[in-house]
Design a protein around this ligand. Structure first.
Ligand code: NDP
Length: 335
């Protein structure tokens, strides 16, 4: 069972030598446990926060332990009456090829149906990132048809679910993404009405101008994934009573400063700004997953995936995700 441990904490930017690949024997099962062979490992931005000792929106990852992470796979052995070899399951198996899961712990393992939805999607569009998009859009932005909503990191796991959900509610949906290839994909494949390349608009002024062109009626809802000058530029274009779902600030995850030049606009425009952590809202997961599953099954949500091969590739793929090298949901394929 190959595993990746957090070996030491980053000072500034995370690097590959923060991780260590080790080989361990397969766990032996106790009563109530299930042995899962992982097919895919999910790589997610929150993992960067956990690599630090200080408080982030996720608790710190202990040193010398297997990196925590979402996994999908197949039961290969079961000592729990509700699970059988061959069941497809989603869980938090971590950065390793196999995990022994105590299936009596609520939420530790969930069987999934792969008849209409590919197994890997349970880590993206119909998994945690999809529910994240749903929560911010439905519970915080709560848009009316015809309103304009904007999202940064638009082509990623959260962004691709967000646009499908917002289009289903009759919104004008504008994305912000890095590079011309991601922006043209956002419009032609994901269904965004417009997408702004932030690599072309590298300061508040030019970004605010691009937003003005893409959002002629102003911005009613913003789903923030990035932070920094992009957030400032959006503030300049908000309408009165706009709602901002503060989901992520990836531009600062390696410790970069994130000054805010226009906070007075929160008052002037009477904005509602709300941060959230999706795992604290388990009460919405069933509704959110039902809607996301329907969007996938009807072809309205077809997210792209970036797949790296083999557990040893996980650290490099993860560091790439923090720099926008992924194109869509970042996964590691294990078999
Ligand atoms: P993505 O698949 O969107 O991948 C991350 C993307 O962030 C990259 O592809 C890149 O896209 C963008 N990015 C990275 N660095 C920068 C930068 N300096 N400036 C601008 N963009 C950057 O990841 P997810 O969809 O999984 O997550 C999106 C956001 O949602 C993250 O901020 C994450 O932390 C947050 N999140 C929060 C949750 C919560 O409960 N609050 C739960 C899940 C996710 P590009 O090339 O377009 O810049």
């Amino acid at each position: 069972n190959q595993q990746i441990l957090l070996d030491n904490r980053p000072t500034g930017e995370a690097v590959e030598s923060n991780f260590k690949l080790v080989q361990s024997p397969l766990p032996t099962l106790e009563d109530g446990q299930v042995l899962v062979r992982h097919h895919f490992l999910s790589l997610d931005p929150y993992m960067r926060g956990r690599m630090n000792e200080s408080k982030s929106y996720a608790v710190p990852q202990p040193l010398g332990e297997v990196m925590l992470g979402g996994t999908v796979g197949e039961v290969v052995e079961s000592r729990h009456p509700k699970y059988q070899a061959g069941d497809k399951v989603v869980g938090m198996g971590g950065w390793q090829e196999y995990s022994a899961v105590d299936a009596n712990v609520p939420g530790a393992l969930r069987k999934v149906d792969t008849t209409h939805v590919p197994l890997s999607y349970y880590l993206g569009a119909v998994g945690m990132p999809g529910v994240t998009a749903w929560y911010g859009l439905v519970k915080i932005i709560n848009p009316k048809a015809g309103e304009t909503v904007v999202i940064s990191a638009a082509t990623g796991a959260v962004g691709s679910a967000f646009v499908a959900l917002a289009k289903a509610r009759g919104c004008r949906v504008v994305g912000i993404a890095g590079g011309p290839e991601k922006c043209s994909y956002a419009v032609s494949e994901l269904g965004f009405d417009a997408c702004i390349d932030y690599r072309e608009h590298t300061d508040v002024k030019t970004m605010a101008k691009a937003l003005k062109d893409a959002c002629p009626d102003g911005i009613d809802g913003y789903f923030e994934n990035v932070g920094g000058y992009i957030f400032d530029a959006v503030l300049l274009r908000t309408n009165a009573f706009a709602r901002i779902a503060l989901c992520g600030m990836i531009a600062g995850y390696d410790g970069q400063p994130m000054p805010l030049a226009n906070p007075a606009l929160i008052l002037v425009n009477r904005l509602k700004l709300e941060g959230f952590i999706v795992s604290e809202h388990m009460e919405v997961w069933a509704d959110a997953l039902t809607e996301l599953g329907t969007l996938v099954a009807t072809g309205k949500l077809r997210p792209r995936e970036s797949i790296s091969q083999g557990i040893a590739s996980a650290p490099a793929a993860f560091l790439g995700l923090l720099k926008g090298k992924n194109f869509g949901k970042q996964l590691v394929k294990l078999i």
